[in-house]
Ligand binder design. Structure first.
Ligand code: 5AD
Ligand code: SF4
Length: 436
């Protein structure tokens, strides 16, 4: 039996697509292994959204060179970095056999066949960016959490972002197909369904059937069963009242919303082409909090975008102080080749970026401590993820707000919902005991 390994970088969309790649390889008779050194085919499913992704991939290719020399391993590179680099990647690293964007993963069997035939030096599939990738019955590593892409690609062209260039124009998956997949996953026992898209709020804009994100959520919530629905990511500019209302009246939708801020300065937001101001963002966050009691907000924030002054950065700190995110993913701006911001003047010195990032992280950590302490003595419904990775004596789970909770209990409870009374609140996790 032949072995195959898949190494995943980047976002949840890539994790979803890796699960599909795994399924394709299994259907071809491959046994999936975690260990690249014993693999006959290795796929690196890559990301290019921020600096650093490439360095990691180059490092991995160095490791694979040795494996290939020993076993003749076939090497495929899929995902956004592969799509961006195209044939150049195979030229730079001749050990690579296959380069493909993830819209083309359905062609993996053909590509492998071509390489195995010995008639082709490389197989490059980076065209057809605007196609919908194939629908495949996916199995996820976790038996609790399944993800479903609802849109592919992006039309927003935020000036820092490479995604529209590597994932093509926005296209929505037909609603029937999504509902079908949700039903299937719920029947299989998945307890958490994560809807994926670059801008989930614009779901349906390209469909002629009049469906939109609010109607999709509403229809999903009608599907029977005990499960939670999450989604990433909405765009603040398109977050309509209809979506807020559907969330407010459906407990099945998780009380955790990711609302990418990117910057708190209206001037920088304009340069980023985000199409909202500081005030509009704060107003939206406040509206969401008042209409959906107990909701936790999370965000992505970039520091050091071109032309960001100390005053602009203070605006970001100000929004962070006012909105109080549960968690924030904070990044230093890094120019991506081909994007509008990469060639803007006013690029910020690396040392200033580092220093701003540190100040932002310090403030966010203070806030996280505070939002965490609000859980003290509350009883929370918790989805049990399983034994805690750090301490196998206890269970780990998450609240609807996505907060990690540690408590004693039987391993058999994995994948069920339990009520936990919170006794102790640390910044990143809560500690409690199961109650009836
Ligand atoms: N530099 C820094 N951060 C970036 N992101 C996207 N592009 C860049 C870039 N060029 C961040 C954004 C986005 C998240 C996925 O990555 O915050 O929301
Ligand atoms: Fe995901 Fe963006 Fe990376 Fe592509 S570039 S894998 S969309 S994070």
């Amino acid at each position: 039996m032949k072995n195959a390994a898949i190494v995943t970088y980047g976002c949840q969309m890539n994790v979803n697509e890796s699960a599909k790649i795994k399924k394709i390889l299994q259907n071809m008779g491959y046994n999936i292994t975690e260990d690249v050194s014993e693999a006959d085919a290795v796929f690196l499913n890559t990301c290019t959204v921020r600096e650093g992704a490439a360095t990691q991939i180059y490092g991995k290719l160095g490791e694979l060179k040795v494996v290939r020399e020993k076993r003749g391993t076939i090497i495929g590179v899929t995902g956004c970095f592969a799509q961006e680099q195209g044939e150049e990647l195979a030229k730079k690293f001749p050990i690579i056999d296959i380069v493909m964007g993830n819209q083309n993963i359905g062609k993996i069997p053909v590509a492998l066949e071509k390489i195995e035939s010995g008639d082709f030096k490389h197989v490059i599939y980076t065209g057809e960016e605007d196609e919908l990738p194939p629908r495949l019955d996916t199995e996820f590593d976790s038996k609790k959490t399944a993800s479903i892409p609802i849109t592919y690609g992006c039309n927003n062209f935020c000036t820092y972002c490479i995604v529209p260039y590597v994932r093509g124009r926005e296209r929505s998956v037909p609603m029937d197909q999504i509902l079908d997949e949700v039903k299937e996953f719920v029947q299989k026992g998945y307890k958490e369904i994560v809807l994926l898209g670059q801008n989930v709020n614009s779901y349906g804009n390209d469909l002629e059937t009049g469906e939109n994100f609010a109607t999709l959520l509403e229809e999903i919530c009608k599907i029977e069963g005990e499960y939670l629905v999450r989604f990433v990511s909405p765009h603040p500019k398109d977050f309509g009242d209809d979506v807020i209302d559907v969330i407010a009246k459906n407990e099945k939708i998780a009380r955790s919303l990711h609302l990418p801020l990117q910057s708190g300065s209206s001037k920088v937001l304009k340069l980023m082409n985000r199409k909202y101001t500081k005030e509009q963002y704060i107003e939206l966050a406040e509206k969401i909090k008042s209409r959906i009691p107990g909701v936790a907000l999370t965000a992505d924030i970039i520091v050091g975008f071109p032309h960001e002054t100390e005053e602009d950065f203070q605006d970001t700190l100000d929004v962070v102080s006012k909105v109080k995110f549960d968690t924030a993913f904070m990044f230093m701006y890094s120019p991506r080749k081909g994007t509008a911001a990469a060639t803007m003047d006013g690029q910020i010195d690396q040392e200033i970026k580092k220093e701003r990032l540190k100040r932002l992280i310090d403030l966010q950590n203070e806030n996280a401590k505070e939002t965490s302490s609000a859980y003290k003595d509350k009883v929370e419904r918790v989805l049990v993820d399983g034994l805690s990775k750090k301490n196998k004596e206890v269970l780990s789970g998450r609240t609807s707000t996505n907060k990690v909770v540690i408590f004693k209990g039987d391993k058999e409870l994995e994948g069920t919902f339990v009520n936990v009374k919170i006794n102790e609140c640390k910044t990143w996790s809560l500690y409690g005991e199961i109650v009836e």
